[in-house]
Design a protein around this ligand. Structure first.
Ligand code: PHE
Length: 354
């Protein structure tokens, strides 16, 4: 088609166009760098000054008219494309909702969040350490020398390769993080350590990998009375039972002196556990005043400083709180189990919202 400077011609041509691509093609044809109008402008140089003035003005007026018309057409086309889309993409509000799965928070994680929440309100901060530990941190520094019978209490997984001639173990408890923290920081210390631990053990209440939370408080005045108060407050808050029945029993751990175990009362009716009251006792944690030898092994002056430590199994706490009967089920990754026992990510069950 020949190109002209006639306004009616160009309007008719633009009106016939039905797509944005076609419109763009026409725009380039007319006002693109090598387009019709640029050529016309260039050819002005061949004209006399008078002719140049008249023709130049004509070209400029045509250019603005062309741009205006093509822009109007462009927005018309865009609006009708949108209307067409809205027509064809009608929402059918009668359709059933699409089933989408949200993940669940694992009960172990939920229990850890709850424990952190309670202890952080008492001023404890959270520490962590590696799963593979040195024999020194896991045993020796904690006053469990080699061939000490207490090593047999914890069926240890040893790692084959030694590093710097020292045995490596999968940590049998979270207590080595006490050692790491005491070697790295000066008292006062007030930490809890939730984490994975390993022992060669497997039945309905034991799995080879399990979780513990350790607590350590070191200052120059804390006593067994503070230890008891702290643990009683924790368990009441954790189980949300104000008149929780408990007892402390003397016990033995190489790293604490004196040592104790804490039991809580429970009843069991047709396999349903009720925690907090009853005529049976369930061991829930180990604790004691940190042994002076442990303080000295960790370069802390035992004449100036003292403190307490405690350790408990997270699976056991979780089983009792949420009514889970087999510890192995925690790690089977059964979706039906997770859907039943897991927690909604948006269910902010802790005051800190974690
Ligand atoms: N580490 C001990 C265990 O695993 C628990 C414990 C920790 C006991 C701290 C006393 C003090 O059995």
């Amino acid at each position: 088609m020949s190109l002209s400077l006639d306004k009616n011609d160009i309007t008719a041509r633009i009106n016939k166009i039905s797509s944005i691509e076609e419109l763009e093609k026409l725009r380039i044809e007319y006002i693109g760098k090598k387009g019709f109008l640029s050529n016309e402008m260039q050819s002005l140089s061949l004209l006399s000054i008078e002719e140049k003035k008249i023709k130049g003005q004509e070209l400029n007026l045509f250019k603005s008219f062309f741009e205006q018309t093509i822009n109007n057409k462009k927005s018309d086309l865009e609006i009708s494309a949108l209307n067409e889309k809205l027509e064809n993409e009608q929402i059918d509000a009668t359709l059933p909702p699409r089933d989408f799965n949200t993940g669940k928070i694992h009960p172990i994680s939920q229990t850890i969040y709850k424990i952190i929440d309670i202890f952080s309100s008492m001023g404890f901060s959270v520490e962590s350490g590696p799963d593979i530990e040195t024999d020194f941190n896991n045993f020796t520094a904690l006053n469990i020398p080699s061939h000490h019978p207490a090593r047999e209490m914890q069926d240890t997984f040893y790692i084959e390769d030694k590093i710097n001639n020292e045995d490596k173990v999968l940590r049998t408890h979270t207590s080595p993080v006490q050692v790491r923290t005491m070697l790295e920081t000066k008292p006062p210390i007030r930490i809890i350590v939730p984490g994975r631990t390993y022992r060669s053990d497997s039945d309905a209440t034991h799995t080879p990998m399990f979780h513990q939370v350790e607590g350590l408080l070191i200052d120059n005045s804390s006593s067994m009375a503070h230890l008891k108060g702290c643990l009683i407050d924790f368990l009441k808050e954790f189980f949300e039972i104000n008149d929780l029945q408990y007892r402390f029993r003397p016990s033995y751990f190489p790293f604490t002196e004196p040592s104790a175990e804490m039991d809580i009362a429970f009843t069991k009716n047709n396999d349903v556990w009720k925690v907090g009251a009853g005529d049976q006792w369930l061991e829930i944690l180990g604790c004691g005043m940190v042994h002076p030898k442990v303080l000295e092994n960790c370069k802390i002056d035992s004449k100036t400083f003292q403190g307490f430590a405690f350790g408990m199994g997270i699976e056991r706490l979780s089983m009792l709180k949420y009514g889970i009967t087999d510890a192995r089920s925690f790690f089977e990754s059964d979706f039906r189990w997770l859907n039943h026992y897991g927690f909604d990510p948006l269910d902010l069950t802790t005051s800190s919202g974690i």
